[in-house]
Design a protein around this ligand. Structure first.
Ligand code: AMP
Length: 490
């Protein structure tokens, strides 16, 4: 169904076309009619699915034009970057109208935001803290007609729920509320129960799954060799831009320093940096000045940078949901991406939690030619032994890693079938975006030496994936769904 069949106004349709969108994404198809009908909505969607337009387009259609009565739409976001991104999306879609959006967040001066609020705006995209400051100054939300609570589970993680509740109470009861959360633990269920009225449920894709356009793999490595392996991966990966996640702010700074010393153009994004630094980092990463951005999980949710070709988890995230969000930074809007996770022996239980969460094992790969130190793994699983595993590095991995799923790099992008009958992929072993290696077709059965960066580039990603790790179409149960059923059962 094309956008124009969804009932959007002509001006908003022009904005959509100016953005280059041709067809609505599944969440847009489902959410737009419900939001246009002014229904409350509780939504979950895979990351990068077009959620912002799913609520922005019908909201803008319903707004019609600028009004001097005061702000009619309030969107709450957990981070400044997300608030800014959503405001930009509203601005883009509303470019053929006189509707005025404004972003309100901390870390910058009050003056501009205060004067814009006084002048009168239609849409406010805000983080809770700064908005509450303005409420204390006397800002009224009594003209709000639509309240969007986005990434509510993240707001819970960040301790914002009490602030969010205060803001909800400052909005009129007679309003439309849209609520987006990947998971609904009891605290969030309580907020939803008090914020929403008879919501329509929109659920797209798999809450627990990585975007299907992302190839992801684990790289087991001794903790002390992580940086070395990171450098080797960067050296041998044909990337457009790489987002590297660190668990801690200090870790992010340290990684960035070392990468800069190795002559990479690096941006750093975490909450200890000033807002100017954060904006400069994100803008520089978006416009290509920085090829690498090192970030904490502040960048894991929702940040939309076109063309992130690779996500590298320098640290395994402690929270399985963050794994899905982090790797969702690549492969957005059905473009393809690769995500690698450096996994030290001490991360194994977190990795098992992630695998349980996404409902399938994650491929283990080795970088061919990398001089691995001993990796003292937990005892290998029975199913990983004796059958040749995944490709021509089966013999290597036995020595190097004491088991695990192997895989490997070395042969370029082609089928990496080896003696074990399986497949490898990535820098050298099989396929995968832009890895250097020995070519595109069938790889040889001899491990290949690392090749200099950018001699052979590639784009194919999925051919040659092993059956055990190929994306599946299974649909894990949704916590949102369970929550709604509970609500309805009451
Ligand atoms: P979101 O999930 O809202 O962060 O959107 C992810 C990316 O998909 C953004 O870059 C959007 O501009 C893009 N996008 C959203 N809807 C569409 C669409 N219907 N067609 C193409 N790209 C889209």
């Amino acid at each position: 169904m094309p956008f124009k069949a969804l009932g959007l106004s002509p001006n908003i349709l022009r904005g959509v076309h100016a953005m280059g969108y041709t067809d609505p994404t599944p969440i847009q198809l489902r959410a737009i009619p419900a939001v246009l009908a002014k229904k409350d909505l509780i939504g979950s969607a895979q990351t990068g699915t077009g959620k912002t337009a799913a609520f922005a387009l019908p909201i803008l259609t319903n707004l019609g034009a600028h009004s001097s009565r005061g702000a009619r739409v309030l969107i709450l976001e957990p981070t400044r970057e997300l608030a800014a991104q959503v405001e930009t999306a509203f601005r883009d879609f509303a470019r053929f109208t006189d509707i005025t959006p404004l972003v309100v967040h901390g870390g910058v001066g009050y003056g501009h935001q205060r004067s814009e609020l006084r002048k009168g705006v239609d849409v406010i995209a805000a983080t809770p803290g700064r908005l509450l400051d303005f409420l204390k100054e006397g800002l009224k939300l009594d003209t709000i007609e639509v309240l969007v609570l986005d990434e509510v589970d993240r707001m819970l993680d960040m301790g914002f729920l009490p602030d969010v509740k205060r803001i909800i109470l400052a909005c009129p009861d007679a309003r439309q509320t849209l609520f987006f959360s990947a998971t609904v633990p009891p605290e969030i269920a309580a907020v939803a129960a008090f914020a929403l009225r008879d919501p329509v449920r929109v659920e797209v894709g798999m809450n627990h799954s990585a975007a299907q356009t992302v190839s992801h793999a684990m790289y087991p490595v001794a903790q002390v060799q992580k940086f070395e392996l990171l450098e080797a991966l960067l050296e041998r990966t044909e990337f457009d831009s790489v987002l590297i996640f660190s668990r801690t702010k200090h870790g992010a700074d340290r990684i960035a320093r070392r990468l800069k010393a190795a002559n990479h153009a690096v941006a750093v994004l975490h909450s200890n940096r000033s807002q100017n630094q954060r904006t400069e980092a994100l803008d520089g990463f978006k416009n290509g000045r920085y090829e690498v951005m090192v970030a904490t999980d502040i960048a894991a949710r929702g940040i939309d940078v076109a063309g992130i070709s690779h996500v590298i988890n320098y640290d395994v995230p402690a929270n399985p949901e963050d794994y899905v969000h982090r790797i969702g930074r690549t492969g957005r809007a059905l473009s393809v991406g690769d995500a690698f996770t450096l996994m030290a022996p001490e991360d194994e239980s977190d990795v098992r939690d992630i695998e349980r969460f996404i409902g399938k094992p994650i491929e283990r790969l080795q970088l061919d030619g990398f001089n691995y130190a001993p990796y003292t793994a937990r005892p290998p699983r029975a199913e990983n032994q004796g059958n040749g595993g995944q490709g021509r590095f089966a013999q290597n991995r036995g020595n190097r890693q004491g088991g695990g799923q192997g895989g490997g790099h070395g042969g370029g992008r082609g089928q990496g079938r080896g003696q074990g009958g399986g497949q490898g992929r990535g820098p050298g072993g099989g396929q995968g975006r832009g890895y250097q290696g020995g070519g595109r077709g069938q790889s040889s059965q001899q491990p290949q030496q690392p090749q200099p960066k950018r001699q052979v580039s590639g784009t194919a990603r999925h051919e040659g994936r092993s059956a055990t790790t190929a994306p599946s179409a299974d649909k894990p149960q949704s916590t949102v769904g369970r929550f709604i059923s509970r609500l309805r059962g009451r």
